[in-house]
Design a protein around this ligand. Structure first.
Ligand code: GLC
Length: 742
């Protein structure tokens, strides 16, 4: 290359390098502000306190005058302060501080703010990314109008244990589905991007592996191989990060003996170094100080040192940072660089949110009034709720209910449920009668059919006093619909259960009503997979309706009366017994495989229970039926840089228009280390009219066949694979082999 060209090339590289290394405008503003800050003011930015209205964790005996501390620049963020009036008042206190650094207001907007949406696990059952994104978008719009800058969501913890109450907050057991949902939720919450008045910062939590708490006991230890961590528990976090999530939250658990809140491997090696995360990390409630109880540190000073140095930027509620970091810096146990890095990350978000331009831009009373509970939000909630419902069973096509019925008996403790219909993790703003109960939803759509009602029994006690009334009502009805399940506080944080059976005497009531010989439909409302074997085996029609939120009653009525054909698919495996847990679809085959073999001798199986689950991951029926045919692969082998095009035909062979979620699984037949018997690698949700047929196309490339080896490198190994196309992880309709070559 001539000298002139090489000179030009050098100049281009220098310029490009310069351009990349030039701090952007926001960084310059952050650095300029940082330069003015005292050490105390910097530490104040790392401190987050709870408002006094709703503690979402153990409340410390607390005489702190938070308004005064804010005006002294000793608090950088508050949580559980919502509403324009309150947020404005606290922000005014921040404007009295020397540098007038605005507060960030955080809130658990987990499934809606004013309008409540279905719980996240229910939304996951929709497999509908557009609807899930829209749900988060509406929640963000309402929360932002209420002065909230930041939601502590999405919770992206993979969960294989329904004894763990927090399964209701996530997306279930599968990393592929969970990653798609993580992206959809981050997009929904952050919308057009920080700075847009309808965007809130999202928060990927709880980092990491919190869902693998031993025994399903909340806050319990997690012990797993790093390969399992990378293979199953990290992908949804990486997906959230790739979608631009602004913050992460640490988890309460220790991971292999090191609490996540001081886990250098998680926060520095993986999150900030390998993944280049530029946002900030907040500890979960008090988890910095809780490392004393873990036995990881001896006091709050050591806790502050360990957490800050490991990459936890903000301390929620433990006061460890604000009480000890200044001295730790003077003692050179915490570097000024680490403090400045944490402060920069937080200030950057405040600039990006436009809070330095106008600290009150989210606290506008007119906007709040116009936005909350908007009819469009209610319609979005109803649509999401319908899509979340899973039809588990529908023998003799009892459903949808005919409009010609003379009478329907609605029986059960959740028939008129309001708060229980909303579930756990709702934002209580004093909304008045903001739930459409099942009873009222059915009443509105029953037409000439008369709707009888009896409670039958309570959610969770032993009394059968209501049975007689229920049976009387059942006797005079053509069809019985039973609304059964859990109270809103039986699943959620700190709600792990050793017994996940249908509570109280509910299943006895179902048996008694079934004995009438009338057609029975059972609706199960819950935040988790429950065990209800007798019902599953004997009741002809069962809908899993989770906790569906503000529009639950309308959505269930839409499905019962056939206005909407259910298409939900389970995002978690449903066990027959707690004794089977953990049970999930992507298990390893073992040398003595247990599934589906009658000979239990020398099998990895229980001798007192079938080893199969009650319902499989991906299971869900429709009022119509679908035929899968004509599976073709563009070739039967591919190299690692190659791809295979997969096509097959799907036809609606029933009499209702319906949606199907077709699922694509693979199995790597021989690999080292061994691979699961099935791995979800793609899915598609589509609607077909009766008789309509569609040819679907998927692409398989090496990225869908990759896995982590013992050195935690993502690799592929050549050999034979099985491709499976199914309506669930069990209901495989088509399969073919193909080969991966070098
Ligand atoms: C809670 C939860 C966390 C939540 C936080 C703030 O304890 O673990 O998910 O975001 O505290 O409410």
């Amino acid at each position: 290359m001539t000298g002139r060209y090489s000179l030009i090339l050098i100049l281009i590289c220098l310029f490009a390098g310069q351009a990349f290394s030039q701090p952007d405008n926001t960084s310059k503003k952050v650095d300029a502000l940082l330069a003015k800050m005292t050490l105390e003011e910097k530490i104040g930015q790392l401190n987050q306190y709870n408002g006094d209205w709703a503690a979402t964790g153990p409340v410390t005996d607390d005489l702190r005058d938070k308004m005064k501390l804010i005006s002294e620049g000793k608090i950088g963020s508050m949580l559980n302060i919502n509403g324009v009036e309150k947020t404005r008042a606290f922000q005014e206190a921040a404007m009295k501080s020397r540098l007038k650094i605005p507060l960030l207001f955080g809130q658990d907007v987990i499934h809606g703010y004013h309008v409540t949406f279905p719980i996240p696990l229910a939304e996951a059952a929709s497999w509908d990314m557009e609807a899930i994104e829209k749900s988060a978008r509406v929640a963000a719009r309402e929360a932002a109008s209420g002065g909230i800058h930041w939601t502590f969501a999405p919770m992206v913890d993979i969960a294989r244990d329904p004894r763990w109450g927090r399964v209701m907050e996530g997306a279930g057991e599968d990393p592929y589905l969970g990653s798609h949902i993580a992206r959809a939720r981050v997009r929904g919450f952050q919308g057009k991007g920080l700075g847009d008045l309808e965007a809130v910062m999202a928060c990927a939590k709880h980092f990491a592996a919190y869902g693998a708490a031993i025994g399903g006991r909340d806050y319990n230890s997690v012990d797993m191989s790093l390969r399992t961590l990378w293979e199953f528990y990290l992908p949804p976090f990486k997906a959230a990060l790739d979608a631009g999530v602004s913050t992460f939250m640490t988890s309460f658990n220790d991971l292999n003996g090191t609490p996540a809140t001081a886990n250098n491997y998680l926060m520095r090696d993986i999150l900030k170094d390998k993944w280049k995360f530029k946002g900030f990390v907040v500890s979960d409630w008090g988890s910095v100080g809780e490392m004393i109880k873990h036995g990881y540190v001896k006091d709050n000073a050591e806790a502050a040192e360990a957490a800050l140095n490991s990459g936890t930027d903000m301390d929620m509620e433990s006061s460890s940072y604000v009480n000890h970091l200044a001295r730790l810096v003077k003692e050179k146990k915490v570097s000024q660089e680490n403090i400045d890095d944490a402060v920069r990350r937080i200030l950057r978000k405040k600039f990006e949110m436009g809070l330095f331009d106008d600290p009150f831009r989210y606290s506008n009373a007119d906007r709040e009034k116009k936005t909350l509970n908007h009819p469009d939000h209610l319609e979005a909630s109803r649509d999401m709720a319908r899509k979340s419902i899973v039809l588990l069973k529908n023998e003799r096509n009892i459903l949808p209910l005919s409009k010609d019925l003379k009478s329907i008996a609605l029986i059960g403790p959740l028939a008129k449920a309001e708060k229980d219909m909303k579930g756990f993790w709702t934002v209580e703003l004093g909304q008045k009668n903001d739930v459409v109960t099942l009873h009222s939803g059915m009443q509105k759509q029953a037409g000439k059919t008369s709707l009888l009602y009896a409670e039958g029994c309570a959610i969770n006690d032993t009394s059968k006093a209501g049975f007689a009334e229920a049976l009387k009502v059942a006797a005079s009805a053509d069809v019985i619909v039973m609304a059964m399940g859990e109270a809103h506080d039986m699943t959620g944080e700190a709600k792990s259960k050793a017994n996940i059976h249908l509570p109280g005497v509910q299943e006895e009531l179902i048996k008694a009503v079934m004995a009438t010989g009338k057609p029975v439909v059972v609706l199960l409302m819950s935040g988790r997979p429950m065990v209800f074997n007798w019902t599953a085996d004997n009741v002809p029609a069962i809908l899993y309706t989770w906790w569906l939120g503000s529009e639950g009653g309308n959505a269930i009525a839409d499905v019962l009366f056939g206005k909407y054909n259910p298409a939900g698919k389970l995002p978690m495996t449903f066990p027959r017994s707690e004794g089977q847990i953990p049970i999930y679809y992507n298990y390893l085959n073992t040398g003595r495989p247990s599934m589906g073999d009658n000979d239990l001798f020398y099998r990895s199986a229980y001798i007192d229970l079938p080893n199969t689950p009650q319902y499989n991951f991906g299971h869900g029926l429709s009022y119509t039926s679908f035929k899968y045919s004509n599976l073709k692969l563009s070739k039967d082998s591919m190299g690692t840089r190659d791809k295979i095009t997969v096509t097959f035909d799907l036809q609606n062979t029933g009499k209702y228009t319906g949606e199907e979620v077709v699922q694509l699984y693979i199995r790597d037949l021989v690999s080292q280390p061994v691979r699961p018997v099935k791995e979800l690698k793609d899915f598609r949700k589509l609607s077909l009219k009766p008789g309509e047929s569609r040819t679907l196309t998927f692409t398989l490339d090496a990225s869908k066949l990759a896995f982590y080896n013992d050195e935690l490198k993502q690799i592929t190994q050549e050999g034979e694979f099985k491709l499976m196309i199914g309506s669930s992880s069990k209901d495989i309709r088509l399969d073919k082999s193909f080969f991966l070559t070098k």
